[in-house]
Design a protein around this ligand. Structure first.
Ligand code: HDD
Length: 695
């Protein structure tokens, strides 16, 4: 019988071609794709199998035979299915994309993908939480990882960043301490994916360099609405190097097209139960429905000679360069437009490393970055089972790989050569380095920097100011953002058992801002610190989430519909919202259809926390449904837009809302759809006074 060799076809995307599937990386991945359709069951050795439901036994009720190779293979393979999860950032989700630079940056860097605007560079991004285990919930108070692999023609470049621009520690030697403090406590492995416990806050109070980071962590930045709606930061100061060898300091920023938007804490707690995959699902569904996640890559450039111009050290990863001091320059755009085919093969096995750089991008002496350059490859040798994990399809560069590295577990290349050393004469001197061949074009050359000094184990005094930028962050927050930060401190410290730790945290806060320290002190029932530092009064408006880009596109709206809903009134409103890209789910007391609309969710199986807004289109009958009333109250509490069409007045009355900010009622007439869409686009209505309103 002829060998069955199923053709490799790319998955279709809403019936059409998948965007971004025709690039070097996708073509490379295609070679490894295995299709199931039309295939026959075989062992790993390719031997076809008659039956996989019954093991080989002596008689129908007798013992199982050791010679059953299929049974043994199946059990053995299952026993070894799991690999270690990442020691941090274990929980993540990823997507393929493409990057294109707007105009040549040759003045600053010789990285080809940043110099040629016609080049489309394939990328893969993995978003993650940091502290939680692989199966933990997405919506927790935590930093989010934002790691990008650029498959450039000059090799892989990894920008392994976070959604916060600063880190809790300055020197990588402290990473183990920090991670041990934030992870579940060693005696009982509690709590999961939380910083609200004694060891984390003990670390904070012992290590004041954490304070700027802690302000970010207590802010809404730690609760992103969507991976598509959060910023990314390279954190460190890196270095661009141009063809002439001239260096320029650079900070990288990803800026989401949809703006930076967050959930609120009370909502986060409820999303965890309703949908632990909230952020993962959001990214997946957006891409599946043809709504790519788009980010602009921006840089802050600092000439080499300005290294000491700032009142902080550029090598200190607990500091930002305020955008008002060095404005962002948008240099290109990344579009994440394709979901992985297989989570394990791609998202789990991808291996990022800060040391993966290409010509034109180099490191600085930031001691955190230097430590990272060691750690990533090292950890992956354990996690991915040896040094050949670079050969896993998702990790392979599209640039050719030739060197004298050999063997190791799972080597899948068959090197056809009599030599594995350099220099050699037997293989014609190949593979040839730039120096050996005299061809230096396109080779990586480290930035030449003069360094001399004594061997010391000491932190630079220029890293010594731990509070000024924490204060800058606090000063830059809008009133509602400050409110959220104070509440976050109260929640977190409220879970700390040791009183002295809480009090010492407040002493640290007194160096950030007296009002902040006093508000938190009041909440935990202690007197405010008498010794407070003077607030320098400076702010950086770019740090606030106030005034972010607004759009109704891809916003999820729950439409509460009853059997007596006026379909003629609802239909044009739904159409108008969908035309603007909103995703409207019809939620009704029962599945099937309600008032001629197909029901997407039965109300008790939906929850307001899974939506950005709620549109009331139901009649009297919904008033009797406690879930429907709860839906409206909760949406109000969380600042979400509420629309009410004619006939929904009883439901609105039953919710007994304490205000009408962001509540659009039928009195808006023909302009209803427009007004409601605008209210949704605002994201949240912070002008509501909800502190005393129970949801
Ligand atoms: Fe790290 C993973 C981001 C400091 C050691 N880190 C990891 C990931 C992200 C970051 C996004 C997940 C990558 C993925 O999705 O696979 N890490 C950061 C940022 C840092 C940082 C922005 C500071 C600016 N990291 C840092 C230090 C060390 C590490 C100082 C060690 C000295 N990080 C690791 C690691 C991980 C990792 C242990 C775990 C899994 C992995 O690397 O592949 O090597």
């Amino acid at each position: 019988m002829a060998r069955y060799d199923p053709p490799v076809t790319r998955p279709s995307h809403r019936g059409g071609p998948v965007p971004g599937d025709d690039n070097d990386k996708q073509r490379q991945l295609d070679r490894y794709v295995v299709k199931q359709d039309g295939t026959r069951y075989s062992t790993d050795q390719g031997v076809r199998i008659d039956d996989t439901d019954n093991s080989l036994s002596v008689g129908e009720r007798g013992p199982t035979l050791l010679e059953d190779f299929h049974f043994r293979e199946k059990v053995t393979r299952f026993d070894h299915e799991r690999i270690p999860e990442r020691v941090v950032h274990a929980r993540g989700s990823g997507a393929h994309g493409e990057f294109q630079v707007y105009e040549s940056l040759a003045e600053f860097t010789c990285a080809e993908f940043l110099c040629d605007p016609s080049l489309v560079t394939p990328t893969f991004v993995r978003f993650s939480t940091v502290a939680g285990e692989r199966g933990s919930a997405d919506t927790v108070r935590d930093v989010r990882g934002f790691a990008t692999k650029f498959y450039t023609r000059q090799g892989n470049y990894d920008l392994v960043g976070n959604n916060m621009p600063v880190f809790p520690i300055q020197d990588g030697i402290k990473f183990l301490d920090f991670v041990h403090a934030v992870k579940p406590e060693p005696h009982n492995q509690i709590p999961q994916a939380q910083s609200a416990h004694d060891t984390f806050w003990d670390f904070v109070q012992m290590q004041p360099e954490t304070m700027h980071f802690v302000m970010w962590l207590m802010s809404d930045r730690a609760l992103p609405r969507s991976y598509r709606m959060m910023q990314g930061f390279g954190v460190h100061t890196f270095r661009f190097v141009n063809a002439q060898g001239k260096g320029t300091f650079v900070k990288f920023h990803w800026r989401p097209k949809l703006g930076t938007h967050s959930l609120v804490w009370d909502e986060v707690l409820r999303v965890q139960g309703n949908d632990p995959d909230f952020n993962r699902r959001d990214l997946w569904e957006a891409i599946e429905s043809g709504n790519p996640a788009e980010f602009e890559l921006c840089v802050q450039l600092v000439p080499q000679e300005d290294e000491h111009r700032f009142d902080f050290d550029l090598l200190d990863a607990t500091k930002i360069i305020p955008e008002e001091e060095v404005p962002l320059r948008a240099i290109g755009k990344m579009t994440l437009n394709r979901n992985p085919r297989n989570f394990f093969a791609e998202t789990e096995q991808i291996a990022f490393c800060t040391a993966n750089v290409v010509p034109g991008i180099d490191f600085t002496n930031d001691p955190l970055l230097q430590a990272r350059n060691f750690s990533y490859l090292d950890t992956q040798i354990t996690r991915l089972g040896g040094p050949n994990h670079q050969r896993i399809p998702i990790n392979q560069p599209v640039a050719p790989v030739h060197n004298d590295q050999r063997d190791g577990f799972h080597q899948d290349m068959i090197h056809d050569s009599r030599t594995a050393y350099s220099k050699n004469s037997i293989s014609g001197g190949c593979p040839a380095t730039g120096v050996n061949s005299g061809q230096m074009a396109g080779v990586f050359r480290h930035y030449q920097e003069h360094v001399s000094g004594e061997k010391i184990r000491r932190r630079s005094p220029s890293f010594g100011d731990h509070y000024s930028q924490a204060t800058l962050f606090w000063n830059s927050m809008a009133g509602w953002e400050k409110e959220h930060i104070v509440n976050a401190f109260l929640f977190e410290l409220g879970h700390v058992e040791r009183r002295y730790i809480k009090e010492r945290v407040i002493e640290r806060l007194a160096n950030v801002d007296a009002e902040l320290a006093a508000r938190v002190a009041e909440g935990i029932g202690t007197s405010p610190p008498t010794q407070t530092a003077a607030n320098h009064g400076r702010s950086s408006p770019a740090l606030s989430q106030e005034g972010q880009p607004q759009s109704v596109a891809t916003r999820k709206i729950a439409v509460l519909v009853g059997d007596r809903t006026d379909a003629a009134a609802l239909r044009p409103v739904l159409q108008a919202l969908r035309d603007e890209g909103a995703i409207c789910d019809v939620a009704a007391p029962h599945e099937g259809t309600a008032a001629s609309f197909p029901v997407d969710k039965q109300i008790s199986a939906a929850s307001s926390v899974l939506y950005d807004a709620v549109l009331l289109a139901g009649g009297q009958e919904l008033t009797a449904d406690g879930y429907a009333v709860q839906f409206v109250r909760e949406a109000f509490k969380h600042g979400k837009a509420i629309g009410s069409l004619p006939g929904s007045e009883p439901l609105l009355d039953a919710a007994n809302l304490p205000g009408d900010q962001g509540v659009v009622t039928a009195s808006a007439g023909d302009a209803f759809a427009r007004e409601f869409a605008d209210a949704v686009a605002v994201h949240r209505h912070w002008d509501r006074d909800v502190a005393s309103f129970p949801a």
